[in-house]
Design a protein around this ligand. Structure first.
Ligand SMILES: C[S@@+](CC[C@H](N)C(=O)[O-])C[C@H]1O[C@@H](n2cnc3c(N)ncnc32)[C@H](O)[C@@H]1O
Length: 291
């Protein structure tokens, strides 16, 4: 998946920052997908769409997420990147401007999308968090380098058009209803359990994505397999997750370096699980684990 340049295709990178983004997984995905021929592409937990933007070839792509503003932003980037950029370039990266924009209610689609990208780029850690009234409440991030240049938005827009992207704001189960034979589904749900914590179940994300949602996802995977489509799921390294998805396909333990903590950050090795029914050539499991 990463070898777009080798294929003469120019790399397209996500235009958003996203908690749980999967750029670190791209080398592993490229090993797994190297010989896979598939029809349509599905990504029902879209976030910043790291895996989508790394797709090779041309596949009709069904992209969705529960976050309505996120999907509106993708649609605006697909339809009219120039208008979004015009609205975006008027916004200044200062603390005062940040809180002014954060409290704004926009009406036009392009302005709403510009606000979303602006907050994503200038907020603390690029988090998306809303209060009980649905108002975005992440503080200012004091970041110097921002990624909203015109060419990045244009490249993302061209790629969405090229892949014939169909964007929708919906729950993953509804999004997966139309999966057909030989389609490929990339699943990257929010992690319900604390990563790599072997000492029992910790429901730290229970409100966002519950254990019942994980079980619902498992039932969707069974349907995907019945339809003879392919899936690849990434999830937390945790006994509870293994008990839900362990027998759904091949289970691969992958490792990545992680920055733990804020001010006193230190590097740590984090394990995660990948579950998939993609047929694997000999030794691929090892290559994937250590890619
Ligand atoms: C871990 S993030 C995906 C990150 C993405 N793969 C990337 O590279 O940026 C999970 C996403 O799932 C979305 N989500 C949460 N619950 C959902 C649900 N029930 N149905 C669909 N999407 C959901 C969140 O809004 C979030 O964008």
């Amino acid at each position: 998946m990463k070898s777009k340049e080798q294929d003469g295709e120019r790399a397209v990178s996500p235009f958003l920052r996203w908690a749980g983004g999967k750029s670190w997984l791209l080398p592993q995905l490229s090993v797994l997908l190297i010989d896979l021929e598939f029809k349509d592409y599905y990504e029902p937990f879209l976030g910043s769409g790291t895996a989508f933007f790394a797709l090779k070839g041309s596949h009709k792509s069904f992209l969705s997420d529960m976050n309505e503003d996120l999907i509106l932003t993708y649609q605006a980037i697909k339809d009219s990147p120039e208008q979004v950029y015009k609205a975006l370039r008027r916004l200044k990266n200062t603390e005062e401007e940040y809180y002014r924009i954060r409290s704004m209610n926009c009406r036009r689609t392009a302005t709403k999308a510009a606000r979303f990208i602006y907050l994503n780029q200038t907020s603390y850690n690029g988090l998306y968090r809303v209060n009980s009234k649905g108002e975005y409440n992440v503080p200012y991030g004091f970041r110097k380098s921002l990624k909203f240049d015109r060419s990045r938005l244009e490249r993302a827009s061209n790629f969405l058009v090229k892949q014939n992207a169909v964007l929708s704001h919906q729950d993953f189960e509804d999004a997966l209803a139309s999966v057909g034979c030989e389609d490929f589904v990339f699943l990257d749900p929010p992690y319900t359990v604390s990563k790599d914590d072997e000492n029992g179940f910790i429901a730290y994300n229970e409100k966002i994505f519950s254990l019942d949602d994980q079980k619902r996802l498992r039932r969707c995977i069974d349907i995907i397999k019945e339809k003879k489509a392919y899936y690849l799921l990434t999830n937390a390294h945790h006994p509870t997750i293994l008990s839900i998805f362990g027998n759904s396909g091949t289970c691969i333990e992958v490792h990545r370096q992680s920055c733990i903590g804020g001010k006193n950050a230190r590097r740590g090795l984090v394990r995660e699980y990948v579950f998939t029914n993609i047929p694997m050539k000999r030794n691929a499991q090892k290559e994937v684990a250590y890619a």
